[in-house]
Design a binder for this molecule. Structure first.
Ligand code: IFM
Length: 440
């Protein structure tokens, strides 16, 4: 079994959450987000659930943070609509007070606060103005960044601009599975670019105010062709370009991959090329979220991007995602070798959903502990081969609102009974804290 002794002395172990998934959007004067609107339409979210109450973390954060004691860090996000209910201008002081108390509470427990500024809570008032398809969003996001950092920037260890821009853009505007639920290539293409402009604007604002340790969190999946047929190899390359390469190539090389531009270029905003230099500005670290692989083949039904995914035969989590730890190892080498060299990497999310059952206050989840160990074996081996990995955050601290899947999918180290809000640490929580906590 791996413990923190198997990693460099300053390696960070922590757990991650996001605001809408745990806080309870109905509390504390927060505004509606586009997720509140999206969830109103039957069929968008399992059981018509939403984040109105979620884990009631808004009222329970002190107890929740106690559960992290002994670890090194906590990754959390601030909620745009809690801070600025209309998205711009009028500040909800109660919302800022909440994050102020939260950061102090994190520090009081000996944890480093790793802030993410955007984990998908677009204020509904900004969605009314076109949301991510409106180029003005970069300035709106910059203004929100300043408001948050004016209040808590002095105490956070690091700041990520955005979480998983592929989900913000593609999953939400092309596949229609996340808010705002569009299936529109023009909206998707514009968002693929505007998220990076928003990142650049926030970076400029933060650099000019002297904020330190700035990054972005990207999600990656291992792309694998079904076989060696040329059309399947091409399908896999197109998936890889849209999912894995678009954002990191823009950030590290100031370019978009041609396999993605083939379909997206006609729909990008005019003059997008002149933004690339700004998008390419240096970051201090890269956050990597990794969960699974995709097996891809050509799809002759429908138009570009002409790929489809086939389920593989590895064991699967309750999301139906294959468990493929080797993909994480390969990804980490690829990032170092092809894109970022020695830039620090944090694994900012990795975890599994499981149909956990709480019986007599016990949740036995050996598969989760095995999942964590297998992925950390890959992390350790990548470190051994010179990849500069500085930390690992398990997703997630708590069972929570898993977006379109509602509350059914349980990723947490801590079981949450959503009827009573009772927290029960799972066996994997005890294993994790014992192996990677300070007193192990
Ligand atoms: O719950 C999400 C999180 O919000 C972003 N990354 C993936 C997780 C599991 O789907």
């Amino acid at each position: 079994m791996l413990t923190s002794d198997d990693f460099p002395p300053n390696f960070i172990f922590g757990a991650a959450t996001s605001s809408y998934q745990i806080e309870g959007q109905s509390f504390g004067g927060a505004g509606d987000t586009h997720w509140d609107q999206f969830a109103l339409k039957t069929g968008n979210v399992v059981n018509n659930e939403n984040g109105a109450i979620a884990c009631d973390h808004y009222h329970r954060f002190e107890d929740d943070l106690d559960l992290l004691k002994g670890l090194d860090a906590y990754r959390f996000s601030t909620n745009w609509a809690r801070v600025l209910p209309e998205g711009r201008a009028a500040v909800n002081q109660e919302g800022l007070d909440f994050y102020d108390k939260l950061v102090d509470a994190i520090l009081e427990r000996g944890l480093k606060p790793y802030l993410t500024l955007y984990h998908w809570e677009l204020p509904a008032a900004l969605a009314d103005k076109g949301g991510w398809t409106n180029p003005e969003i970069a300035n709106w996001f910059g203004d929100y960044t300043d408001v948050v950092l004016d209040r808590i920037g002095d105490r956070v260890e690091s700041v990520a601009t955005l979480n998983e821009p592929w989900c913000v853009a593609w999953l939400s505007h092309f596949l229609g599975q996340h808010a705002p639920g569009l299936r529109d290539i023009r909206a998707a293409a514009r968002t693929m670019h505007h998220v990076l402009l928003a990142h650049a604007e926030a970076m400029d604002r933060m650099r000019s105010r002297g904020q330190k340790n700035l990054g972005i969190v990207l999600n990656f999946e291992h792309a694998q062709s079904l076989d060696a047929a040329p059309e399947n190899l091409a399908a896999s390359a197109t998936f890889d370009a849209i999912f894995n390469r678009w954002f990191i190539e823009a950030l590290s090389r100031g370019e978009y991959p041609k396999e993605a531009l083939n379909g997206l270029a006609p729909h990008l905003p005019d003059g997008w090329e002149k933004d690339m230099e700004r998008i390419q500005q240096p970051i201090d670290w890269l956050g990597v979220n990794y969960y699974t692989r995709q097996i891809l083949s050509h799809d002759s039904d429908g138009g570009w991007p002409n790929y489809k995914s086939t389920p593989g035969d590895l064991s699967k989590t309750s999301m139906g995602w294959e468990v493929y730890p080797k993909g994480l190892g390969k990804l980490l080498y690829r990032l170092k070798n092809d894109y970022i060299g020695d830039l620090p990497i944090y694994v900012t999310e990795n975890g599994m959903a499981r149909n956990d059952v709480c019986e007599s206050s016990v949740v036995s989840d050996p598969e989760r502990w095995n999942f964590i160990q297998q992925h950390l074996i890959e992390v350790r081996s990548a470190i051994g081969k010179g990849v500069n990995i500085q930390g690992y955050f398990y997703w997630s601290l708590l069972d929570n609102f898993e977006w379109a899947f509602g509350y059914e999918k349980r990723f947490g180290l801590i079981h949450v009974d959503f009827a009573t809000q009772k927290r029960t640490p799972k066996q994997s929580y005890y294993d994790f804290v014992t192996a990677f906590g300070k007193k192990h």
